[in-house]
Structures are given as structure tokens and as C-alpha cells.
Design a protein around this ligand. Sequence first.
Ligand code: MN
Length: 244
Amino acid sequence: MSVAATRVRTRGRQADGDRPRILLANDDGVNSPGLHALYAEMRKLGQTTIVAPDAERSAVGHAITTLTPLRVKEFRMGRDLAGYAVNGTPADCVKLGVGTLFKTPPDLVVSGINLGGNTATNIIYSGTVSAATEGRILGIPSIAVSLNTFVNPYWDFAARFARQVAREVLKRGLPPRVLLNVNVPNLPAERIKGVRLTRQGESAFVEDFEKREDPRRQPYYWLAGADLTAYQVLPTLHDWGLKV
Ligand code: MN
């Protein structure tokens, strides 16, 4: 083995400066257990810095903040500086992170793990997917990860799978104008059957506004809804020869 090869190998394994740099965002906020599960896995892969909303900003889509200032606070996990909590949207976090908080752009943007799936029409509303979209707009390979449940989340498999996907993306890159929107069933590893590549569908939540009354007897409305409409397999998928 040549000296040069040894040096390259050692450097790649050891020096922090050579590890991939990962920006981790979400829309559930810096205190979300899904973010923490993903952080633990991404740290095994590279130098990972959280830039995420200081509180939940689910379903804000790709909104950005232009009329009020953005405040940034260091976010610690134990004694470590894990990253930054921002009083803005998921897209704000990625924009500010990539352009300002990071000295040079990261190698990868990962968003999640969201509590609740992000498929079909939901993608339009999703802050989780928008964080990845913002990364993609800025020219960085980006992945969104969501867990398909709202109750009793099982983060372990989703976080480990996200690391596998991230490792491949770091190795191979992604085609231009493509991001990965990964949705994981809420199951332990042994019950996951495999991976399917698909495209965005058109199903949506069946939603209703609940009308209630406040303590001053004034009406207010709160969006409620849980079930997705039946998933329609798009005919073109068959033409593509994809398994759906
Ligand atoms: Mn969310």
C-alpha cells in the first residue's frame, strides 16, 4: 500500500473536516423525538448540525418569513451543541442554515423525521417536504423522511433506514431537480416488506372544520381530519413498469 493511499484512508475516516456535513431540519420543532432519532443516526454518517424551528410549524408549506426578524438560538443536547433553533418556518431554517449559519454549504439536507406521513396532496402543505425542497432549490441533495402514524411512533427503523438512504445519496448524488420524499410505515424492521419507488398521487385528507365556541361565546373553527381518501394508482405508473 502506498503512503498516499494510507494517508487518504486515514484522513477520510478520522478528520472531522473530511466527514460529510449534514444539515438537519424538520417542521415539528427542535424538541421533536423524530428529529432526535434522526440526529443520532445522521451523526454516525457525518458532521450533523440541526437548524430547525423553535416550535412546531407543521403544515406551513413552503412559507418564508419576510415581515419579521428571524432569531436564532443555539440548541444543545446534553453538553453538545446540536445546532440552532429558529423562530421561523422549515424553509427559513434551510435558507438561513445553508446561506448564513454554515460557513460553506452542507453536502446533504435531511428533513424529519416527521410525525405523520407526507404523501400525495399532503406534500403541498408539508413543512417537512418543503425543507427538503428548499435544500434542492439551493442545489444540495435533499431527503425528507416521514413516519406514517400520528400515534405510538416507532422511530428506530425509520431513522436507521434514513441513514442508509442518506449514505447512498452522499455516495451517488441525485439527478438534477430531484429530491427524495421517504415515507416509512410505523413498524419494526422485521415487518417491513421492502422499498417501493413511486410518484406523487392525488389523494387528500377528508377534512372538516369543527365549529366551537370560545369562553366569550364567539365561534371559532378548527380544521380536523384524519383519513386519506382512497389511494388511486395512476395509470401511467403501469406504463413506467414500476411496482405499485
Ligand atoms: Mn410535522
